[in-house]
Ligand binder design. Structure first.
Ligand code: DAH
Length: 350
């Protein structure tokens, strides 16, 4: 067999092997075997030395052409194999979007107290109030003195206090926010209308109805000619929003040092509608919050002339609202972080 025939044979065998190969590693072996330094083509070309000089370049270029053809066939095959690999992978890794998800991923929920606070905030924002937050470590001056409760006044006994030192304490109510906002308010720009939600602290022994930490929302409106009627109308909107549109409201005389007159606000029982049941202790009424007209001394203490301005204030207990609305008998449930309790209130107020 001539050198040329030999090369032709190598070529046709090679092309057949390439065409037959289906796997990457087989193709690799073919490449090394055919085109490598120890391969049959290189080997065959060694015989060139026995050819006449004028034949050598012809055979040389013929051999190179064959090498190129084989290399091209290998490259084409390589691409074919790559595509097959990708297609196989795509097939294997297809995601079945109809597969049901794992049920173990629990989605949390906003704490019921924060749901109530957010809901009340939104209501008052809609009525044109600002929402203001204040410090939990408060000065005696704001917590008591400016709220018309001087040192040694018996009214201090109403709020057992965590003192930090003589002048600093954990605020016992959100009422100090009244003084803080009144001092800053520019009345040339209109009425002061604000609510201030936040945590408050008392040195109570914790029991079913007392927690050393709980929430309040303070409300305050100061303007010219603010009356008890404004207070009643506003609170009616609030309690109807929270406890239902059919609720009626009544004011009972009470005492707070920072309001005069002061009232306790009752609503008709949402459980029995007013006919009397266990929840309203058979009175038909449930006490929900304290309120009143801002005491002249409180206005004066914040630099406001009580002969020109008047105001109303109220103090809401979101914890109490939640206990009443959902029949929670122990306030400590809100703070002990038992998921079984907390997860019952998924999206209640949302
Ligand atoms: N600060 C009072 C308390 O914690 C609640 C309160 C009552 C606030 C009457 C008020 C109010 O603004 O007018 O017991």
């Amino acid at each position: 067999m001539s050198l040329k025939e030999n090369l032709e044979k190598l070529k046709s065998e090679g092309l057949k092997d390439i065409a037959d190969s289906k796997e990457q590693h087989v193709l690799n072996d073919i490449r090394v075997k055919l085109l490598g330094k120890k391969g049959p083509i290189t080997d065959t070309l060694r015989g060139m030395k026995d050819l006449p000089a004028e034949e050598r370049p012809k055979i040389g270029s013929f051999a190179n052409k064959i090498k190129e053809e084989l290399a091209q066939a290998i490259a084409d095959k390589q691409e074919e194999i790559n595509k097959a690999i990708i297609n196989e992978k795509l097939k294997k890794e297809t995601i079945d979007v109809t597969l049901p998800s794992r049920k173990s991923n629990k989605i949390g929920t906003q704490h019921i107290l924060n749901q109530i606070i957010d809901d009340i905030e939104e209501l008052f924002i809609g009525l044109g109030y600002q929402v203001i937050s204040g410090p939990e470590v408060e000065e005696d001056k704001y917590n008591f003195e400016k709220m018309n409760i001087p040192k040694n006044h018996p009214a201090r006994d109403m709020q057992d206090t965590f003192y930090i030192n003589d002048e600093l304490l954990m605020r016992t109510h959100t009422s100090p926010q009244q003084a803080r906002t009144m001092e800053k308010h520019d009345f040339s720009k209109g009425a002061l209308k604000m609510i201030s939600p936040g945590k408050v602290y008392r040195r109570d022994t914790d029991d079913a109805t007392h927690s050393h930490q709980f929430n309040q929302i303070e409300g305050l409106v100061v303007d010219k000619n603010v009356t008890m009627a404004d207070l009643k109308g506003t609170l009616e909107v609030l309690v109807r929003h929270v406890f239902g549109e059919e609720r009626k409201i009544r004011f009972r005389p009470s005492y707070f040092p920072f309001t005069e007159p002061s009232v306790e606000v009752d609503i008709t029982c949402f459980a029995c509608g007013g006919s009397g049941c266990r929840i309203c202790k058979f009175t038909g009424w449930i006490e929900v919050l304290g309120a009143g007209l801002v005491h002249p001394n409180v206005l004066k203490n914040s630099g406001i002339d009580p002969d020109i301005y008047s105001g109303f204030a109220f103090g809401v207990g979101p914890d109490r609202f939640a206990m009443l609305k959902y029949g929670v008998e122990d306030i400590r449930n809100f703070y002990s972080n038992d998921v079984r309790f907390i997860e019952q209130f998924k999206g209640e107020e949302a």
